[in-house]
Design a protein around this ligand. Structure first.
Ligand code: PLP
Length: 238
């Protein structure tokens, strides 16, 4: 059943997005930075309010199941839907025609399937390679030292276009730790750009979330993925 968005919640979303944009403006200088709203657990009415009434152009879902469940209720005009979560190979077929970019490419097997399904769908899928910059054991992503070989291996896939990289940062106690992590990631991004993704128009560095997006932008991110800061705590009572 479709719920109506309460006036209070709508006003909160509007104010939150205005606040995020003000902070982005302060951090970005003259650079373009894309605001992507991470919409897991958020109802379609709230997402549509953000895209139709607050000018948000990019949204990202984490789970295939949830994306499919919400998809018909999402307003899609002038909205780019991204996939930002871990993607299982056998589920690529469900999202191939629904998203404009997959942020979490981290295996050749997954690349092969995205390529295969994209070919079938008659499209070229934009992807970001997820990098495990912090070399954290619990995290997915390609290890920095394996990046070049990985990029070579997937370069044979004609229906995939590598647009840049994505990182899910560690949770840090100190601002300085975030800055160090973001600097390290940006240095890596600059290093690989001329080698592997030099022919790409506006390479994407997808880095920064609610807790730290201004720091991420200051250190070079050009796409931030923000959930909580826009929609409130994920069990937000409407
Ligand atoms: C949920 C999520 C975000 C946003 O997290 P917040 O802390 O709520 O801003 C960003 N990226 C990914 C991959 C996510 O799953």
């Amino acid at each position: 059943m479709k719920e109506r968005l309460s006036d209070e919640y709508a006003a909160a979303i509007r104010a939150n997005i205005a606040d995020i944009r003000a902070r982005m403006d302060k951090a970005r200088g003259e650079r373009d930075v894309t605001l992507l709203l991470a919409t897991k657990t958020v109802a379609p009415e709230a997402i549509n309010y953000a895209t139709q009434e607050c000018g948000v152009t990019d949204i990202g879902e984490n789970r295939v199941q949830e994306l499919i469940a919400k998809y018909d209720d999402l307003e899609k005009e002038n909205v780019n839907i991204h996939f930002i979560g871990t993607l299982q190979t056998n589920k690529v077929k469900y999202i191939i025609d629904k998203v404009c970019m997959i942020h979490s490419l981290d295996s050749v097997k997954l690349a092969r399937e995205i390529d295969r399904q994209a070919k079938k769908a008659g499209k070229v899928m934009d992807v970001l390679i997820e990098i495990n910059v912090g070399r954290e054991e619990s995290k997915s992503g390609v290890m920095p030292e394996d990046f070049e070989q990985f990029a070579d291996e997937i370069s044979v896939f004609e229906n995939i276009r590598v647009r840049g990289i994505m990182v899910i940062g560690p949770i840090c106690a100190e601002k300085a730790e975030y800055i160090e992590y973001f600097q390290k990631t940006y240095a890596f991004f600059l290093d690989i750009l001329p080698k592997k993704i030099h022919n790409i128009y506006k390479p994407v560095l997808s880095m920064g979330m609610s807790d730290n997006f201004d720091l991420a932008i200051e250190q070079g991110s050009n796409l931030i993925r923000v959930g909580t800061a826009a929609f409130g705590k994920r069990n937000y009572v409407k």
